[in-house]
Structures are given as C-alpha cells and as structure tokens.
Design a protein around this ligand. Structure first.
Ligand code: COA
Length: 330
C-alpha cells in the first residue's frame, strides 16, 4: 500500500544566541529559575530575519539532502504562528522565496501541534495519490511578540526562534507514517494566545489595543502544564494502539520541546519501555513552537539515535489547546 515517509529534514536557527544570563539584564529573572523550571539554558532569537528567511534556509537544506530541486516540490504545507504578514500566509510566500510560483501551498496555524497536523495532511494527500513530494515547513519567530519586561517573564524566557523543513514522499516500501492522531479543544484558547490582530476589536489595530498588551503572547502556565502532562501520554498511547506497534519496539519518543519538566512528567507517566527513550534538546533552543519536533528529529538522526526501519513516536501539545501523536516507521 502506498505510504508517506519522511525522506529528509533541514533545520535553521538564527545565529543570535540569547542565554539566561542575557535575559537577567532585561527582566527580574535568574539563570537558576529558568533552568529549574524549564531546563532551558539558551535560545536563538532573530536579529533582522523574518519567518520565511528561516524557512528558506531550512528548506534549501532539506531539498538538497533529498536530492530535489524546488521544482520537484508538488505541494507546500507551511506551519507558523507568525508569518511575515498577517495575510497572506507563509505558504504562498514560500513559492516566491523558492522560485516556484504556481505551486499549491497550504497554511497551518496549529501552534505547537503544527508539525503533527502537517504530518496528518501530508499522509492523506500522499496516500490518496494526489501528491508525490510534499515540503512541510515549520518556521517560527516568537521573539518579536514576547514581553521582555518583568511582567512577561513567565512566558518570554521559554520561547526561541527556529525553523525546520521536512520532505515527505510517496513510497511502496514497508516504511512511513503509520498513524497520526490529532485533537483540539478551544475551551482553553485564552490560556495560551496571541490575541491581536483580532476581529474582537474594530478596527483591529489601535494604540489602545496595543497598550493593553494584546500584541504579546500571554499564557496561564499552570493550566498549560496540567493539561500537557495529561494529554501527551493519552495521545501517545492512542497513536500506538492504532498503529499496532508494541511499546517495546519503539526506538525513540520525540515530544514537542515545550519544557523539560513537562517532558520528564510525560516520560514518568509512560510505561518503562518508553520512558527510557524520550528525547530532549530544549536546553539549546527553548520552545520553538511547531519547529521543535522536526529540529529534535534532525538532531536525533545526526546523533545516530534514529535509523531507517526504526519505530519513532512524535507528540505535541500547545495553544488551542491542540495535541497529537504519530507513529512512524522511519
Ligand atoms: N523568573 C523568575 N521568577 C519568575 C519567572 C521568571 N522568568 N516567571 C515567573 N516567576 C515567578 C512568579 O512571578 C511567581 O512568583 P510569586 O510566587 O512571587 O508570585 C513564581 O515565580 C512562581 O510562579 P509560578 O507561575 O507558580 O511558577 P510555576 O512553577 O508554575 O512555573 C512555568 C511557571 C511557566 C515555568 C510553568 O507553569 C510551566 O512550565 N508551564 C507550561 C508552560 C509551557 O510549556 N508552555 C508552552 C506549551 S506549548
């Protein structure tokens, strides 16, 4: 049966490294507090680059590794919470950046679950026979919407900028994306959001709206934490059950890199076989929203932790709330 498999991944983070010490000079925080609560040591922030700049670098690497030219891409899926423009989205912009005008492009705004939703759409597109070569781009610039004063410290220290691009191709071989399970629950929309520009305000961008702080990411950290540690293990078990793959056969679990404490709590709630193999690189990048899973997959491959034929689980939780998990035979 025709399947969709991950052929290659490219990644890019801006060269500007922001350490916890750097943040100490901008707000009342400490390296110790940030490490203890999140495991983060440093993150990368843009310095003059925009979302599609990061996306282009990651895409070029992914295409080169796949032995493809931009013209070989027959569909772009673009996930971000911060496009170059509020409208149009980043997908059409990437056809311009890659020099492939006319290529279909779909935007996804599913926050930290953007990669999971992107896998879900890619799998359906490829298995139906509609497309052969999909470029799933996850590119995030959150630093421009964070409040770096002490008032925003609980959120600002967590996020970093970064991008990944994943080439997903059709195959008849015994490999590929076996299952993807996704969920959403808008009852918690306000617990993690970027409110403005919003149609709740008319006109939607005024000084008054911005003075209220609506142009900054806001978060109810405890509510996010509580739901994340419940939903991650639930959806991982759901995806595993649907795939028929035994837990003992899973080589690596790559959760969205939200926070080391969430990752550890999730690992503790999973069975022992899975606990051993949970991957983390949050100390270097912070939370890069929808780019975090493919960046982690990229590094896990580079470290030899994933090889062709291995069973890998990826899982996410984020704003919406949204969450999901996928089982992949690499
Ligand atoms: N530096 C220093 N102190 C900080 C701080 C910072 N960056 N941010 C918050 N604090 C302070 C608070 O003001 C509070 O002070 P108070 O006790 O004097 O009021 C104290 O630290 C404890 O705050 P609290 O909110 O109870 O901390 P917490 O243990 O819940 O940790 C988070 C806060 C944000 C780290 C935690 O809730 C969390 O990880 N949530 C999930 C966030 C996440 O992953 N979001 C993305 C999901 S995709």
């Amino acid at each position: 049966m025709r399947k969709a498999y991950i052929d290659s991944i490219g990644m890019y983070v801006p060269s500007n490294v922001v350490t916890n010490k750097d943040l100490e000079s901008r707000m009342d925080t400490s390296d110790e507090w940030i490490r203890e609560r999140s495991g983060i040591q440093e993150r990368h922030h843009v310095d003059g680059e925009c979302t599609t700049d990061l996306a282009l670098k990651a895409s070029e690497e992914a295409l080169e590794k796949a032995g493809m030219k931009p013209e070989d891409v027959d569909h772009i899926i673009f996930s971000t919470m911060a496009s170059d423009y509020f409208a149009p989205g980043g997908g059409p912009m990437m056809t311009r950046r890659l020099g492939i005008p006319g290529t279909p492009a779909l935007d996804i705004r599913m926050a930290c679950s953007g990669f999971l939703y992107g896998l879900s759409v890619s799998k359906a597109f490829i298995e139906s026979g509609a497309y052969e070569n999909i470029l799933l781009i996850t590119s995030e610039v959150q630093s421009v919407a964070l409040d770096f004063s002490t008032a925003g410290r609980d959120t600002a220290v967590l996020f970093g900028d970064g991008a990944a691009a994943t080439v997903i191709k059709a195959t008849d071989a015994d490999q590929g994306i076996l299952t993807v399970k996704t969920h959403s629950d808008g009852r918690y929309a306000e617990d993690l959001m970027l409110r403005t520009p919003s149609t709740l305000d008319n006109p939607f961008l005024t000084h008054e709206v911005l003075d209220k702080g609506y142009g900054r990411v806001s978060m109810n950290g405890r509510t996010v934490f509580k739901h994340a540690v419940t939903k991650f293990p639930q959806v991982i078990n759901e995806a595993l059950e649907a795939s028929g793959v035994a837990k003992a056969d899973i080589k690596l679990v790559v959760p969205h890199q939200a926070n080391l404490r969430i990752t550890e709590a999730v690992a503790n709630r999973l069975d022992l076989e899975l606990h051993k193999v949970v991957f983390s690189n949050i100390h270097k990048y912070g939370n890069t929203t929808s780019a975090s899973i493919p960046i982690a997959l990229y590094e896990a491959m580079a470290e030899g932790k994933i090889e062709r034929g291995d069973y890998v689980v990826v899982a996410s939780f984020g704003a919406g709330f949204t969450w999901g998990a996928s089982v992949i035979k690499w």
